[in-house]
Design a protein around this ligand. Structure first.
Ligand SMILES: [Cu+2]
Length: 289
């Protein structure tokens, strides 16, 4: 009971730390002392958690079986208990069993595993397409079906964070999408290989120069979902976070109207971050060029 209360006090203290306010609201963000995966905010992540749980049960049973078998063999066949060892070299039925049973276990894992790979591969009926381009070291988001809205998304350096914002995870321009809708993501890169990874949405694909790779995600409810580039891509690899904000369809329409004037092809001057952001970030990271 006392231990429980201490844990609760420690947890409350953690949530009061700078950033705690944002953490309490954000659906998809890492939490201090978190164990396991972030909670699922969409169907992709839920499918990944289901496969993980299945494999975890299987490997736990195998580990227990091997440990118990090993213990029993060490106890039962020690020299004092078994002075004259058996000289058996082959046992046909046993050899068939220890070949066939592992194969069956692998098949049991392979079927849902392949199903998940194909499920993640392409959206069935996408409601919106977003193009994601990796750059050293920021992300660029385009909405090809929505007036070619195009903008860059840069990390907010530590000295410009507002109270409650998450260090190394906040960006100036978030990727805004409608909640409950299937979003097709087309990914590429202009320099090196990056990877667009949002744990709570289960979305991850490499962004490779010269290729366009497709994936998708869906956020079940409105919220903010944080991610990071998870393919080591150079000096500022750790400084190209991802923020997806899922909003209601009405809020998305309102954002689109605003973004069309702010970010579309017709308003190229509205992107100062691309010209000024890189030196600013390099300076923030102590990098000279
Ligand atoms: Cu990167």
């Amino acid at each position: 009971m006392l231990r429980c209360r201490r844990t609760l006090v420690a947890f409350t203290a953690i949530m009061r730390l700078p950033g705690g306010a944002a953490l309490a609201q954000a659906i998809g963000a890492p939490r201090p002392w978190e164990m396991g995966m972030q909670a699922a905010a969409g169907p992709l992540k839920q499918a990944q958690i289901d496969l993980h749980d299945l494999v975890l049960v299987i490997i736990t049973l195998i580990t227990l079986f091997v440990a118990v078998l090993l213990g029993w063999v060490m106890w039962r066949y020690q020299a004092a208990r078994n002075p004259v060892p058996s000289r058996t070299a082959h046992h046909t039925m046993l050899e068939i069993a220890w070949t066939v049973i592992p194969v069956l276990i692998l098949v049991i894992i392979a079927i849902p595993s392949f199903r998940l790979i194909y499920y993640e591969d392409k959206p069935r009926d996408a409601d919106l397409t977003v193009k994601v381009t990796g750059h050293q070291w920021y992300w660029e988001y385009s909405y090809p079906d929505k007036n070619n809205i195009d903008f860059s998304s840069y990390i907010i350096p530590d000295d410009q964070l507002k109270p409650g914002q998450l260090r190394l995870l906040e960006v100036d321009n978030q990727l805004v999408v409608p909640a409950g809708k299937t979003i097709r993501v087309l990914q590429t890169s202009t320099d090196v290989i990056h990877s667009w990874f949002i744990p709570s949405l289960g979305a991850q694909r490499y962004a490779i120069p010269g290729r366009t790779i497709e994936t998708w995600f869906r956020a079940d409810k409105p919220g903010v979902f944080y991610g990071q580039c998870n393919q080591i891509c150079g000096t500022n690899h750790s400084r190209m976070p991802i923020v997806v904000r899922a909003v209601t369809p009405e809020e998305f329409d309102a954002w689109l109207t605003e973004a069309k004037t702010k970010f579309s092809d017709a308003a190229p001057a509205a992107q100062p971050a691309r010209a000024n952001g890189e030196p600013r970030l390099l300076a923030a990271a102590g990098v000279q060029r």
